[in-house]
Design a protein around this ligand. Structure first.
Ligand SMILES: Cc1cc2nc3c(=O)[nH]c(=O)nc-3n(C[C@H](O)[C@H](O)[C@H](O)COP(=O)(O)O)c2cc1C
Length: 206
């Protein structure tokens, strides 16, 4: 079964994120939800756990304890993505469990879709614009919504495009599967060749 990780942040649409889980399940995907600490405060954790059949994860495991028994992801969706998490992700900052998971999966080449939800006071700032450009350069895909001004996000939060996000994540995963695996002969770098398949070591953050 295909697996998608949904990362939710501290913004209004997170209250309705069970809509994504339901879209994933209806498409035959297993969905595991990860929340930033602020995202967890916005989320209906009971609804997410009931819809996904899995606990919502917000913290790293305690060092020395076993890794979580969670299947590898075929796609990662960060939605809603706050300006804060987008800027930190682009800068390589991983001071939340959610950022660690996102960083490692981008590094592993797992298709990652970001659906930003932030007002124009935040999205117009140079750090945000640089962050989205950096992440795009790294291969991250953005699903851009209509802009909204400060204090006008409420109605949009209720119309968040959960189904569209799931459809796009499935397309990204399908595209990745259809791409030829990199081989030693196609690798032009000077040192070690890239991994030849997705049989990578599980991310440390698991
Ligand atoms: C009621 C409320 C609504 C918020 N809405 C947004 C939002 O839509 N977009 C955003 O980028 N930040 C929003 N914030 C600010 C973020 O929650 C804040 O930047 C937080 O540090 C984000 O943490 P995270 O990125 O780890 O989830 C909101 C905060 C509050 C209290």
């Amino acid at each position: 079964m295909n697996v998608v990780y949904l990362i939710v942040c501290g913004a209004g649409p997170t209250m309705h994120a069970a809509g994504f889980v339901e879209a994933a399940r209806a498409s035959g995907w297993d969905c595991h939800v990860i929340a930033t600490p602020t995202g967890a405060a916005f989320a209906d954790l009971d609804a997410l756990e009931a819809a996904s059949g899995h606990p919502v994860t917000t913290e790293h495991r305690k060092p020395g304890t076993p890794r979580r028994d969670r299947p590898n992801a075929d796609a990662v969706v960060i939605a809603p993505a706050t300006a804060n998490t987008i800027c930190k992700l682009a800068a390589g900052i991983a001071d939340t469990y959610a950022l660690d998971v996102a960083s490692e999966h981008i590094g592993l080449g797992i298709p990652t879709l970001v659906v930003p939800f932030a007002n124009t006071a935040l999205t117009g700032r140079v750090p945000y614009l640089r962050a989205t450009a950096t992440l795009t350069e790294e291969g991250v895909t953005f699903l851009e919504l209509a802009e909204h001004e400060p204090h006008h996000g409420g109605p949009l939060a209720e119309q968040f495009p959960w189904h569209q996000a799931m459809t796009q994540a499935a397309k990204l995963a399908e595209t990745r599967r259809s791409e030829p695996e990199p081989t030693a002969t196609s690798w032009s770098g000077p040192a070690e060749p890239p991994p030849t398949s997705n049989t990578h070591e599980l991310p440390e953050s698991r």
